[in-house]
Design a protein around this ligand. Sequence first.
Ligand code: PEP
Ligand code: MG
Length: 318
Amino acid sequence: EYQAALQIASEHAVTSDGTAIEVAANIGSLADAKKAVELGAEGVGLLRTEFLYLDRITAPTEDEQTEIYTDILQAMGPDRPVIIRTLDVGGDKPLAYLPLPAEENPFLGERGIRVGINRPSILRTQIRALLRSAKAGKLRVMLPMIGSLDEFRAVKKLMDDESANLNTSVELGIMIEVPSAALMAQELAREAAFFSIGTNDLTQYTLAMDRGHPRMASRIDGLHPAVLRMIAMTCKGAAAEQRWTGVCGGLASDLDAIPLLLGLGVNELSVSVPTLPLVKAKVRQLDITRCRKLASEALNREDGAQVRALLKQWQEQE
Ligand code: PEP
Ligand code: MG
């Protein structure tokens, strides 16, 4: 029975009306990659590279990084795309080998790609390692916390330089997790190869609520219409430039939210490894036209609770 379930999990996730939705995995290690393949991942939608080095007190070298990226690409095989995100530290994510100065507002300070832009040698080392591992599989590189075109362009330039040095190239995409990026989606889509929405941070920054704050926990809701409008705007901006949009934040692993995400125009879902088979099964039940109707209704609700009520009601009549 387990084997039969794995067989179903390994088949593609296509909606009832024939729309293919890529269901990929969020991973943080080589072991996760192997487990993801077993559970039917069609790729990796997010490798959090900071997770590879949490126990380090010295920075990983270019060779060390090349080796682990190569191993992960090989584990995923030649046909599954693997999105590797550059180091995302700062805010709630400390890294022993990269101590950052204390700040008044760490979530609004040096965080994500800003750390790399301010320390180009660390970013350059990682980008070189990524480029050197590219031939081992189907690599895509993704930047966290992009908030403006000039941040994207600064990193793109660094990457173009190293691509020329190493005589190779890979697609460069960005996370959409800051409201300014969602608002500028179409302009960013002209230059970035793809988008993946980080709903954890996008919710935090849209609602101005700390994602880890115990007294905000019940109110920080990725289904708030304000967040949904950010997602809709992102998908629209991407589609206008023939780019695809994924979601790699926690909302993609929320089975109730999936019809809504597809209705908003999301093309790829990157989810926690254990939920892969459930997410694929969910996608197969859905009809995109109906999902779009649901999404347009949800965008006009007043708060997250109303959206949840709508989803529940929709579920019951399906
Ligand atoms: C997110 O913000 O939704 C995301 C996927 O990135 P992280 O959780 O690693 O900040
Ligand atoms: Mg994030």
